[in-house]
Write a protein that binds this ligand. Sequence first.
Ligand code: NAD
Length: 500
Amino acid sequence: MADPKRISHWIDGKPWAGVAERAGDVFDPATGERAGRVDFAAQSEVDEAVAAAARAFASWRHSSLATRTNVLFAFRELLNARKRELAEIVTAEHGKVLDDAGGEIQRALEAVEFACGVPHLLKGGFSENVSRKVDVYSIRQPLGVVGVISPFNFPAMVPLWFMPNAIACGNTVVLKPSEKDPSAANYLAELWAEAGLPDGVLNVLHGDKVAVDGLLHHPAVRGISFVGSTPVARYVYETGTANGKRVQALGGAKNHMVVLPDADLDLAADAAVSAGFGSAGERCMAISVVVAVGEVGDELVAKIGERISGLRVGDGRRSGCEMGPLVTRAHRDRVESYVDAGVSAGATLAVDGRGHEIDGAADGFWLGPTLFDHVRPEMSLYADEIFGPVLSVVRVPSYEAALELVNANPYGNGTAIFTNDGGAARRYQNEIEVGMVGVNVPIPVPVGYYSFGGWKDSLFGDTHAYGPDGIHFFTRTKVVTGRWLDPSHGGVNLGFPRND
Ligand code: NAD
């Protein structure tokens, strides 16, 4: 058998030439075959990548805004032109169907396009004559070397939530992508290089906790943007801030879709199936709980069940497949264990995905779409983030009970309400403790010129990802107070300066 493809770091504008002490397997989830081996960085490789980024920062921070936007526009064009190629790389290692991988890249393009406007976004303020012939102005400066640590479920989009703004603001980046689907990151690094980004401005460091800890403790790393599960997000936030870094750490989710009695139930059922099973439920904005209010439960569950039976599950490269496999065998088995746990806990298994017909190789990491009814908050089905194609329906008697349920949940990433009552929708958007809200829209991922982020255990830190918050995160403000052309400055005066 041929040696598996080697996937290694990208440091200082080229593939890393060293020999790794450790490496991990990368699989094709639709066949179950090992597709590659990815190098895992040791501390010495962390140091090498950070040193390359620090050297590059010395000149990149002085690059003109025109130089930066030239690179960003060129990168945007290349990404758009090569999106099919990149989507194929994503599908081969993640498993999501090609069309879905294409959607991920389309949303990533929005973040790049936003950063193309960086000259406008970096404008400071200016106040003339705050005191006699004294002017005050503010400028935004880059942090320095920043680390971006990303999860497996959006191997192209999540790195691109951060890289464009970070680079546009004059920072240099060390990206640590997920070890489960690492190839998209290298492809992106090559595209940036082709777009004219100087060596060392973007580096890709592969690996696991060793690489992450290396970045969290490295004194030259000034900021960390993390996306992943809540326990790791909390750890990254606490460790990074304890080491004096600016950190934004986006965590896991349990997204509720509330369906009021007056909702269009066909629309709601379509939305629940699309948002519950798209990407096999491996989205931080996936709907994992449908909250059926009042009498809608029976009809809604029936409508969701009908739609599930028609879903085509299989190899994401085959035309017509709507849902692919799970990312690894271990993750598939973990998700399946929740199906067993739900049955044991007494929830009603309305659709058992374990029997779903599969259009793919026998050894792929398959689990069909599964629907549970009469789920209660104390069940692990409800309490845990499953991150797979398992949708729970919780029945509640009233709007107030739905609100209480969602607000009591520790996660607060996304939520949706389905209703034809504008007043109820407005009340929900006002009262709900969740960062992103959809009204008759199940996956309310903000467009690239807003920012993305949850509340509570879904985000540690105070800035959201991409958009205006991204510019804020990747810059420090400096305020200058200056006096010119005033020889009569008043002489020695030890009093606190007064602006009169
Ligand atoms: P994960 O937390 O296992 O891994 C995320 C990153 O952290 C990876 O790069 C991984 O190598 C690293 N990592 C893993 N364990 C670590 C440890 N103990 N110490 C240091 N680093 C560690 O997450 P995942 O399974 O790759 O991704 C799925 C999770 O990400 C889900 O919980 C999902 O909700 C979340 N997610 C959140 C958002 C959001 O915007 N809030 C977006 C996408 C995914």
